[in-house]
Design a protein around this ligand. Structure first.
Ligand code: UDP
Ligand code: MG
Length: 321
């Protein structure tokens, strides 16, 4: 990999033959304005059309263009991850191939990065040319995710963002498989800021995110950053158990008071008690499962931004170089 490249632009592509030439042209003209060294890193996620052939021929004529060709479709988030693995720039920008994210914004991101931010993400203040269904589900989902986790995951934000080298290096250490990259970027911390933009209509072609893929992505986001659904089982179980207990108590008092006890009431109370115990037990198992999951994810326990007043030796001792 060539050393000292300033900017890497990572572009995941899946069946984008209708736009890819134009995307390359736009990216190149924007990046030429920076007068810095850069690479355009296309990750072809198992396209079945001519995407790969087109990119190969572009790579032949332009040495700044690189192509990673997957053996099959591994998914958008995996393609982005591969791009980061191969990128060598001091800053890495991830951008969709369909020009919904205007490449011109990269210049704004670079300016923020140069003023000291480590992550500059692009927040959509409006979406053009997308269905009502997509707009609504996206809006709801981002808010649900945000409400259910302690990590500061910004709403209405996709993967279009600039990452400093040190953030990319942290992401590369994370081995988890069902990746929700934008969540992981929030998770690593450092100095993050947003720029706002209007999400454009697709330049050509159709969305490569059918409902099934969208559902998988949203579940990955929720399960990677929230344990709330499992906690719901525990608290639901406790409430049921308490209700059952009180009901049983009330039944007993009534029968002790000498009134004829109603057998059905007892059964209802026992049902509540049992359901509470079962749900609580399931939640308890869930608590163990989330802990196993946490261990299995293998995320680092902490990330150090910098150390002060320490020699190189000391820093190395604590595994920070
Ligand atoms: N993409 C990918 N693999 C997939 C699906 C999509 O690499 O399995 C790429 C696609 O080519 C595009 C980006 O991910 O560059 C976002 O996809 P798309 O624009 O279809 O999603 P939408 O904007 O409709 O949510
Ligand atoms: Mg798109």
């Amino acid at each position: 990999m060539s050393a000292n490249i300033r900017f890497s632009i990572v572009v995941p592509v899946y069946n984008e033959e209708a736009v890819i030439q134009e995307t390359y042209r736009r990216l190149r003209s924007v990046m030429d304005l920076t007068a810095e060294s850069y690479e355009l890193l296309f990750v072809n996620d198992g396209s079945k059309d001519r995407t790969s052939v087109i990119l190969q021929s572009i790579a032949l004529t332009d040495p700044r263009v690189k192509l990673i060709d997957f053996s099959r479709n591994f998914g958008h988030q995996v393609a982005i991850t591969a791009g980061m693995d191969y990128a060598s720039g001091a800053a890495v920008v991830v951008i969709d191939a369909d020009l919904q994210d205007p490449p011109e914004l990269i210049l704004e991101m670079i300016a923020k990065w140069e003023s000291g931010y480590d992550v500059v993400y692009a927040k959509r203040i409006e979406r053009q040319g997308e269905t009502f269904f997509k707009k609504m589900t996206a809006k709801l989902y981002y808010r649900l995710l945000r409400a259910s986790t302690d990590i500061d995951i910004p709403v209405d934000t996709g993967d279009f963002r600039l990452l400093d080298r040190k953030v990319v290096d942290e992401l590369k250490k994370m081995p988890e498989r069902n990746r929700y990259v934008r969540g992981l970027v929030s998770w690593v911390g450092f100095r993050q800021t947003a720029i706002e933009y209007v999400r454009q209509e697709r330049f050509a072609g159709e969305s490569k995110y059918p409902f099934k893929k969208m559902l998988k992505l949203s579940l990955d986001g929720l399960t990677s950053f929230s344990n709330k659904p499992i906690k719901l089982a525990v608290s639901g179980g406790t409430v049921l158990f308490a209700a059952g207990f009180l009901y049983l108590l009330a039944d007993s008092i009534v029968s002790i008071a000498g009134r004829a006890a109603n057998g059905l009431n007892y059964i209802a109370a026992l049902q509540l008690l049992l359901a509470g115990i079962v749900l609580g037990a399931v939640g308890l198992v869930g608590e163990y499962v989330t802990r196993i999951l946490d261990e299995a994810r293998g995320r680092p326990l902490y990330i150090v931004r910098a150390c002060y007043g320490m020699g190189k030796q000391e820093r190395r001792a604590s595994r920070i170089v």
